[in-house]
Design a protein. Structure first.
Length: 262
């Protein structure tokens, strides 16, 4: 009878333990951030008067941002997939910035290629060398930094739309952190907290250098974002003036004035 009870208990708990293992992987983070992104996009369209395009873009940003914390993975599918997505999507998000700078189509294509190579082979290598898994990149200030970076990459005529899309990045990043914390609770045999509990949703880590690095970048991004509106407006005005000057031909001589006999 005791063996039968033990078998029945293990049988009932087996699905939960397998679900726990499945939900801790890369696909689970993508699924969770995508579902939240769909809700966030709908919320923006239905209640915040966002266009369908902006709502869909915000939902997509939230979904993709669910992969960002995995940039500190040492190797494997999470790092490979995340680096490819980030390297591909960042140049697309910077199209408006390229337009503000007055880039031609050829210059935009060249800048996009350079950005892809820089992110794919330089920035990602930096993450591999100088970050540790579940370090300060898995933290709330890192999520805020990701949102501020998105804010700087995506200039927009409407500040509300710009903030809405930037918050989508923060939301997707935070969904990943929340899922890490939830699945750090072992419910297969009662209630037990794993060692990884508390390593995702945090403001500080044990590493002083990591704390200084993350908060230093956060304050720099805050300072850049605070003044970016005025800078972007000045760039746009200068670009319009240059285009107007180039487009206007030089006024010729008024022959009608000097030839009254005609």
């Amino acid at each position: 009878m005791h063996e039968l009870r033990s078998f029945g208990f293990d049988f009932l708990c087996y699905p939960f333990s397998s679900v726990e293992l499945a939900l801790a992987d890369f696909k689970s983070h993508i699924t969770g951030s995508t579902l939240v992104g769909i809700g966030y996009g709908y919320w923006g369209i239905a209640t915040q008067s966002m266009s369908i395009e902006n709502g869909m873009l915000a939902g997509g940003l939230c979904a993709v941002s669910g992969m960002l914390p995995d940039l500190d993975s040492d190797s494997g599918v999470p790092l490979r997939e995340t680096s490819m997505f980030v390297a591909a999507i960042v140049p697309i998000l910077m199209i408006e910035r390229f337009k503000d700078l007055g880039f031609s189509h050829e210059a935009m294509a060249l800048a996009a290629m350079l950005l892809y190579l820089g992110i794919r082979f330089v920035a990602i290598e930096f993450f591999k060398r100088y970050t540790v898994h579940r370090g300060m990149w898995h933290s709330i200030p890192a999520a805020a930094s990701a949102g501020l970076l998105a804010y700087l990459l995506m200039p927009c005529q409407s500040e509300a739309v710009r903030i809405y899309k930037s918050l989508a990045v923060v939301l997707g990043f935070t969904v990943h952190l929340c899922m890490d914390e939830i699945w750090s609770i072992d419910m297969s045999h009662g209630f037990r907290l794993k060692k990884s509990f508390g390593t995702a949703l945090k403001f500080f880590s044990k590493s002083k250098l990591g704390n200084i690095s993350v908060y230093g970048k956060l304050f720099i991004l805050l300072w850049l974002a605070w003044g970016d509106g005025g800078v972007a407006d000045r760039i746009r005005n200068r670009t319009r003036q240059e285009q107007t000057y180039i487009a206007q031909p030089r006024q010729g001589i008024d022959f009608e004035k000097w030839m009254p006999w005609r």
